[in-house]
Design a protein around this ligand. Structure first.
Ligand code: IMP
Ligand code: MG
Length: 176
């Protein structure tokens, strides 16, 4: 059985949208420092692209965390285990959590609770993609790149069995 990858959102459209979000964030955080947290591994491409476009007057610091949610290849269970914790404290910081995609919302619901307990000055959430129809746990999203239908996507950090994260567009695997 063969398959191919179809482009769902082309690179130019992704770049254009990330420019818009970066401009909004730069305006909102003028005079402050943003502490960006990337959820590995999926968020890494989006965080790199986004942080690159934040105005130079708004310093950005970065930290990384890795969680595992005991899911199978295409869905999460909601039981979140911290695999790699942040290096730095969040106390008093203006934190933006950067995610690749919100699906059921289980992972983030749990993660946001953990991060709130660390007393950041503020904590906001920015995701490249959102599948609102799949939501099981309530999550307040502050910036969304694109809302998509309930489809499994790859590229721009998102994987299928760890592959395809490097694709410069958002695509879908289609069986021929
Ligand atoms: P949630 O806990 O169901 O919201 O799952 C969120 C995580 O599942 C994301 O951070 C992704 O790592 C993964 N995920 C959800 N949907 C997709 C998809 O369409 N493609 C690739 N990964 C996905
Ligand atoms: Mg993720």
């Amino acid at each position: 059985m063969s398959q191919h990858i179809e482009v769902m959102i082309p690179r130019e459209e992704i770049d254009r949208r990330i420019h818009e979000i970066a401009a909004e964030i730069s305006r909102e955080y003028a005079g402050r420092t943003i502490h960006m947290i990337c959820v590995l591994k999926g968020g890494v491409y989006f965080m790199t692209m986004l942080s690159n476009l934040i105005a130079e007057e708004v310093p950005v610091t970065l930290d990384f965390m890795s969680v595992s949610s005991y899911g199978d290849a295409t869905s999460s269970s909601g039981i979140v285990r911290i695999v790699k914790d942040l290096d730095e404290s969040l106390e008093g910081k203006d934190v933006i959590l950067v995610e690749d995609i919100i699906d059921s919302g289980r992972t983030l619901h749990h993660l946001l609770k953990i991060l709130h307990a660390r007393n950041p000055k503020s904590l906001k959430l920015c995701t490249l993609l959102d599948k609102p129809d799949r939501r099981v746990c309530d999550v307040k999203v502050d910036w969304t790149g694109f809302e998509i239908e309930d489809r499994f996507v790859i590229g721009c950090g998102m994987d299928y069995k760890q592959k395809y994260r490097n694709l410069p567009y958002i695509g879908e695997i289609v069986e021929d």
